[in-house]
Ligand binder design. Structure first.
Ligand code: ACO
Length: 353
């Protein structure tokens, strides 16, 4: 089988397992090396909203040392310098301290952006002082930083809302979505949407697919997208299966779409060549899909986590697509290497701005 077959056999044959693990990590390291090298060729200013967090400070150190990004740590300057010293990092990071210095221009900008969404001037000043996600979002909106990372110490929605409100979506986008890149031994798969849209309609699924395909190309992967459901090409017809089917229609009618996409289809149809080539040879996909678009957030979030944990994939993400500026919202508990990887992705995004 093409897929890494999991741990049961690996326990019997540790050597083969080690080999597979090395091959798989090799693939994901190779893909990240391309991204990180590209980032190093023109490092960008990266606002780290959780500047006082230990992992963020460690990541900032690595980003600066390796020349991947110019990190700007947001938070108490005293606390950040003390933590860096306690960690034994020989490092004098750039800090933006919301409680010191003059940030009235940021508060005024926030007020300007949100005054017709119910925000008062006082609230804008308070948010700039107290909520570093707003501070970082305005910093990026004002082009004082090129990209932003957050999410380690926040619930995902509360870290995502400020950039959605302040930075918003790109001119060609109405919806943001969270994509995970999963690397297996001999294949790479992009999963969307895994973090943002609860119950996307057909047009939202179509948009998410386009943005995920673009993202795949940035990793030098030629996208082949499958719109997933629990039915194959109309084998079950109801409101649920109609959305992904309609999304495929929208994409097939869209002259700008220059990648293969089909569905709706079941997940095994999407990834098993024999099923695609046999039963569904009429499909636009001749090879297994590498962009999997899930019908809703439950499926997407559960699906990628199962693939990661049981399929033993390396996961990079969640990469936010559709935003006007590069913003990525990490998950609580992510590690320094996850921060560095997403920072690399953000810098490469910013280079394309
Ligand atoms: N794409 C782009 N912008 C959006 C989206 C979207 N999908 N959804 C909302 N927005 C914008 C709105 O237009 C609004 O902008 P405006 O105020 O300028 O008009 C702003 O974001 C805030 O919108 P609200 O409707 O006030 O925010 P809401 O409370 O709906 O929050 C959010 C939006 C956070 C994305 C919400 O839909 C959500 O919680 N999604 C699920 C997140 C989640 O729990 N993910 C799973 C966990 S992730 C993990 O694995 C840890």
């Amino acid at each position: 089988a093409a897929m890494d077959s999991g741990s049961a056999r690996s326990e019997l044959d540790p050597e083969a397992y080690e080999e597979r693990l090395e091959a798989r990590l090799g693939k994901s390291r190779e893909m990240m090396r391309v991204v990180l090298n590209k980032a190093k060729s023109d490092p960008k200013r990266l606002a780290l909203a959780e500047g006082t967090d230990e992992k963020m400070i460690r990541a900032a150190y690595q980003l600066q040392e390796q020349g991947i990004a110019h990190p700007v740590l947001i938070g108490s300057a005293e606390k950040i310098r003390q933590t860096a010293a306690d960690l034994g990092l020989d490092f004098d990071p750039e800090v933006a301290d919301p409680r010191s210095g003059e940030w009235d221009s940021y508060a005024n900008r926030l007020y300007e952006l949100r005054q017709r969404k119910g925000m008062t001037k006082n609230e804008a000043h308070e948010l700039i002082r107290r909520d570093t996600n707003y501070f970082a979002s305005v910093m990026v909106a004002e082009n004082d930083a090129d990209a932003m990372l957050t999410g380690l110490t926040h619930h995902y929605p509360s870290a995502l809302r400020p950039p959605l409100q302040v930075i918003g979506t790109a001119p060609d986008a109405d919806y943001a979505a969270g994509v995970y890149m999963l690397t297996f031994k001999n294949r790479v798969i992009f999963c969307a949407d895994t973090t943002v849209n609860l119950a996307p309609e057909a047009d939202v699924l179509a948009e998410i697919t386009k943005h995920t395909a673009e993202l795949a190309r940035r990793f030098n992967v030629e996208p082949r997208a499958a719109m997933l459901s629990y039915s194959n090409f109309g084998s079950v017809d109801n409101q649920g299966t109609r959305k992904p089917r309609d999304a495929v229609k929208l994409l097939h009618d869209d002259d700008e779409v220059d990648f293969a996409v089909d569905g709706e289809m079941q997940a095994d149809t999407a990834v098993v060549e024999d099923i695609l080539e046999g039963t569904y040879e009429f499909s636009e996909l001749d090879d297994p899909a590498n962009v999997l678009v899930f019908p809703n957030l439950e499926a997407g979030n559960i699906g990628y986590k199962l693939l990661q944990r049981l399929g033993g994939a390396e996961a990079i993400g969640p990469m936010l697509v559709g935003m006007d500026k590069p913003v990525h919202v990490l998950q609580r508990g992510d590690e320094v290497k996850d921060i560095v990887n997403l920072a690399g992705v953000a810098v490469v995004d910013a280079q394309n701005e």
